[in-house]
Ligand binder design. Structure first.
Ligand code: UT7
Length: 324
């Protein structure tokens, strides 16, 4: 018998306001045709002026706890993956813990930008396997609209706001791929590429939050290669084939990256959960938002084998194989 961290509930929250491509075409020199053709994005949600990342995170976590049938007071680990925290410190996770949890349990943020949720799955899983947590709330939450340069058409059309959350609980497994829970995680980074996708501000440099800057074409090229590698790594580690995977739940940056990855892997595109058309790129929130969407519409069922993969600034990238 071995310890498995099992996803017991998922939840999500999207701000009410929707910004369409047509709305954006009124602000910058772009068009619905260009955005759809190059990225597959049609619309994105934008947080209200008074909505903070912690508000989105708390809403998503509340839903995930309800789906798991658990109380926030059961939780002994709160993790928020975010690149857009409420404040430089304290961690946004501390706000979530104060709202939902019991005082005294650990809470912290993870900063791996778009790979943050996959990094969070690895961290939570390792805490549980080490016996340091029994019930974790892991949230990906972002308000990227606050770090967009709304005059830069190359970036402002690509991102959106939202949050997704999972509740992970300890269960016993047999140590086989038939077990429910996190089967393996695979994390990578290569900081040599940090100037290909970055925010041009920060506490120790400009003392401002800064704005996103991206060399889109280069990021695209690295993404397709790194994501396929991370998927192969997860399959090999578990001795399963791509045909065994029920659902690919990828980071949602660009529909062409999703299609390119599926093609490279020989995966039926119908097995890819796609939300980029409605959510755009929500960074660390995109995987749990896609997961919640697949669970809510009944596609992702208990027992399904789900492969998550992501790539983001740093570069960071990675994958997680999970049986629901
Ligand atoms: O989440 C982390 C990972 N992020 C990603 O994976 C993003 C990866 N990159 C991409 O998704 C794509 O590279 C983009 C969607 C960002 C851009 O697509 P692209 O096919 O690589 O276009 P491009 O950057 O080569 O731009 C093509 C043209 C340029 O004009 P010229 O130089 O050919 O005259 C741009 O100035 O499109 C122009 N352009 C736009 N035109 C209309 C750039 N942005 C826009 C825009 N509307 N919003």
């Amino acid at each position: 018998m071995i310890i498995r961290s099992v996803i017991q509930g998922v939840g999500s929250y999207l701000p009410e306001k929707i910004l369409t491509n047509a709305d954006l075409a009124k602000k910058v020199d772009t068009s619905d045709e260009w955005i759809v053709e190059r990225s597959g994005i049609r619309e994105r949600h934008i947080a209200a002026d008074n909505e903070k990342t912690s508000d989105l995170a708390i809403a998503a976590a509340t839903q995930a706890l309800a789906a798991a049938g658990r109380d926030g007071k059961d939780v002994d680990l709160f993790i928020v993956a975010t690149a857009t925290p409420d404040q430089t410190f304290p961690a946004t996770a501390a706000r979530v813990q104060a709202a939902l949890g019991r005082p005294g349990v650990p809470s912290f943020d993870i900063q791996a930008v778009c790979s943050g949720f996959v990094y969070g799955v690895a961290v939570a899983d390792n805490f549980m396997k080490a016996g340091q947590a029994k019930c974790a709330v892991l949230i990906g939450a972002e308000v990227f609209s606050r770090i967009l340069d709304w005059t830069d058409r190359a970036t402002c059309v690509l991102f959106g706001d939202g949050a997704g959350a999972v509740v992970l609980g300890v269960e016993e497994g047999k140590g086989t791929t038939g077990d429910r829970g996190v089967l393996s995680t695979h994390l990578h980074s290569d900081g040599r590429h940090h100037d290909m996708l970055y925010c041009d501000g920060g506490p120790s440099t400009t003392q401002t939050a800064g704005y996103i800057r991206m060399k889109g074409k280069e990021v695209f090229r690295h993404a397709v290669v790194n994501l396929a590698d991370a998927v192969h790594e997860a399959l090999a580690a578990n001795n399963v084939s791509i045909d065994d995977v029920d659902w690919l739940v990828p980071h949602q940056a660009n529909k062409r990256i999703l299609d390119g990855t599926a093609h490279k892997l020989g995966l039926d595109p119908a097995k890819v959960i796609v939300t980029v058309d409605r959510h755009a790129n929500t960074s660390a929130a995109s995987i749990p938002l896609a997961l919640a969407s697949g669970v809510a519409d009944g596609r992702i069922k208990p027992g399904n084998l789900v492969l998550m993969e992501a790539m983001g600034g740093g570069f960071t990238w990675g994958s997680a194989l999970v049986r629901m």
